[in-house]
Write a protein that binds this ligand. Sequence first.
Ligand code: ADQ
Length: 500
Amino acid sequence: MSGPIRVLSVTSELYPLIKTGGLADVTGALPLALKDQGVEVRSFIPGYRSVMSKLENPRVVKTYNNLFGSKAAILADEVAGHKIYVLDCPDFFDRSGGPYLDENGADWEDNWQRFGALSKAAADVALGKLKEWEPQVIHAHDWQSALSLAYVRYANFGNIPRIMTIHNLAFQGRYDAKIFKKLGLPKKAWAMNGVEYYGGIGYMKAGLSSADVITTVSPTYAREIRRPENGMGLDGLINHRENDLYGILNGIDDDVWNPPEDPYITKQYSARNYQMRRQNRFDLETEFGLFHDEDPLFVICSRMTWQKGVDMLLELLDELVPMGAKFAVLGQGDNAIERGFLAASQRHPGRIGVKVGYEEPIAHRMQAGGDAILIPSRFEPCGLTQLYGLRYGCVPVVTRVGGLADTIIDANEASVSLGCATGVQFYPPDPFHLKQAVVRTIKLYNDKTAWKSMQRAGMRSDFSWGRSAARYVDLYRQVIANYDAKKTFRPLSRAIRAAL
Ligand SMILES: Nc1ncnc2c1ncn2[C@@H]1O[C@H](COP(=O)(O)OP(=O)(O)O[C@H]2O[C@H](CO)[C@@H](O)[C@H](O)[C@H]2O)[C@@H](O)[C@H]1O
């Protein structure tokens, strides 16, 4: 094959243009890592207000008079090293509030149209309707772009290999059956192996059943979602697709998350002089209104949702503070959880500091100044904040689930004596085991030799994108090779699957 592999990545978030969570970090970093490995990724994203304001030199490459009832255009641009196509559709995307939620935190009522339109227009690009560029693979991320694979699959003309990546199965985009007619898909798509899902429409379901290959963001999560307790109703389908399912661990963008050159922190440092973190710790304590003392400083930087298990921590705070733990908390999400943390900070001034909101610079300062980052997730497809913690010498304390299980080496007797422990793991995710983990962490923190060794081992570990990007390259190569002249996909052989 000559020239770079051409991939269209379809996503509702992309750092640094629009981010609400880890999806943006991955779709922002992976294309750059793939560029170094001979893949040209162009990303297809919605023209939210914040995205439109960051465009530099947009060109109109396609127009629509009626895309789900609205006028729209596809713009091409290059921003922050990314080649992007932006769906400019003011009716759907030019509004205040977030990408998925309005200012009151409710789902936008027209999300099915907004992300239906995104998917339809992305499928047009995939099917070669732009004169300037034709991709060889379409790669969709999460439910918001999943329908693009169905549009490609059911198109009358053209077809290319279709890859679906699950970042989080908890969000699925489920809608009433009555929207089916408005999606513009053929009747045959209304089927159990199509877009129909428990009598309605499931966007994630449609993506999973239309994909040639499915990936998720860690090997352990790939196994977990095959079980009813983690499959969120899709475990049956996922088991049916077991031969097409791959777990590829996320990496981190080590230019963005880079302590020696992080512009957001007071004192830059590296693995060699990480003691300089002390100044960052002091400043973080000041920023969160915490006492300056030697007690361990736990940081939490997370969406405030059931998934993240932060409600379990809330229950325990009144017991943990007297044990000598201090907490700096940054997050937003569930109102009851946000209120709970704010109330706890009132009860324990100087020991618990809380900021409700989304602040990228503070997220960096927490990693650079915290002693340990707490991630008590009930499930975690990969998790990125533990990887940032490793790189910043902020020791991760995590549940042994999903990507957290794959990336952290628990501090047991063997790993501590070998100097390869990088964090603390606990299981199952419940308040009792969380409390034990915090107690164990405080003990380790007070053993200065063990603690330094954990920080150093974490900072030595390499979770940059290189290796994982190489797995995506292999996958792209294989799916392209397995498309025959009739443009149908031959499932990958067992030997190839094993090699991937
Ligand atoms: N209040 C706040 N202010 C500033 N920054 C904040 C913040 N709250 C969170 N963040 C940042 O958002 C990102 C969250 O990363 P996670 O891996 O926890 O992703 P998330 O659960 O959103 O995404 C899903 O997708 C990713 C990507 O595949 C998976 O790793 C993950 O398991 C899955 O649940 C990090 O960059 C973190 O620093």
